[in-house]
Every structure is written in C-alpha cells, then in structure tokens.
Design a protein. Sequence first.
Length: 251
Amino acid sequence: MNDTAIIVPARLASTRFPRKLLHVIDGKPLLLHVADRIATEVPEIPLHFAVDHSELGAILRKGGYSFVMTSPDHPTGSDRIAEANATGRAEYVVNVQADEPLVTGEQIRSLAEAVREDAPMATLAIPFERRTDFFDPNQVKVVLDDKLRALYFSRSPIPYPRDEADIIDDDWFRGHACYRHLGLYAYQRNFLKVMTHLPPGKLERIERLEQLRVLENGYSIAVALTEQPTIGIDTPEDARRFEDYLARLKR
C-alpha cells in the first residue's frame, strides 16, 4: 500500500480529560502508546501525526515518529489531516484516533481496502452485543444498505425494533443487524480536500456527528465490519482501565 498513509490527528486540548495525550500510563504518554501500537500492527503503512502543539511534537520526536505541525484553529480532525496531507499527498489516508491505544492492524487494513472502492470515504462498525450499549446515546449507531454503505448515523437506537423493544435482551442482538460505529476513517485524497469545505448540515448539528455532513451532501461512506472492539481513552477512568489492562498482560 505505497499510496496509503496513516495520519493521526492530535490536539493538546481535551474537555473531559485535559492534556490526556500527554498523560503517562505505564511509564509513557498515551500518545506514544498509540504510536507504538500502530507502528507494530501495520509497519508496512507510513505513519504520520498531525499535531497542534509543540509539546506533542516533542514527545513524537523523542519516540522517533514523523509529525507535521498544523494550525491550532482547525475545528475537526479531518481538517487537521487535510492540512498534513497537503504536503504528503497520499492517495488514500487512514485516520486513526490519537486516543485509541488498542487499534488493530486488521481494522486499519480493512479501512485502507474499503476506501479503494467507489465510496470516497470509509469507516468501521461492530455488531452490538448488549442492550445497555444499544440504548446509550454516547454509543453511535449506523444502519447499512446491502452494499455496506452507511444510510444514517445516530445517537438513538437504530434500527428501532418497534414490535420488540420491550423484550430486547443481550441475546436478541445475535440475529439482528445493529451496528455500533467506530470512529476510525479513511479518505480518498481528492475527497479529503472537498470534505473540509462542505457546509455543516442540519442533521449534523442536531446529532453532533460530523460524518452526517458527508451523507447530507450526497456522498457515500463505505463501512467495513469488524469483530474487534476499540478502547478509546476519554476520561481518567478510561486511562486507569487501560493501565489495568496492561498490568494483566504482564502477569
């Protein structure tokens, strides 16, 4: 995949967990956990970071990773990636989040393959297994067509089982197409430039989901399915769970 690059957008500010990418877990900053994970899982794909602060750059430089300083004013990670790829000019760009230290090579390769099809953008989804997750508004849902293209993303439970809502238990999900969206993306280079100039959509403003802007403007999103969950670090509690996970691996 010589025409593909991984670009990780990284910003220092974080509302729920200030400076979380610099938070030290098991002896090294979270950002380096993510960098080392990606480099180990997919060594064949070039890895770059798009950062907004010199402190992040210093951490990456010390770890031997490539980075581009980008404007601190970008409203989204996609904007940051577009600026970084303006110099690298990879034909296909995979966007891995800077706070997901357990991303897998299978997930990244699935995205890189999906975005080579006729959709200008790709993302990941995983089947729901628990009722509590399906009804949690913080767990984004996606419904798909028969070609694995996204029809809609929502914080509400979709597709909503009108005649079975009162009897849903964890076993119910084994036979139904209910998918949780995972926030990893891939873009074709030309579309990445277009996307950053699309106007925010009405549905995007309501749901607070940036990917709806793509659908509202008539573009399609390919969805690759995975059975491997990711663990995002959004809060100090998440960081402690990840640290516990690393401790269990050493036993």
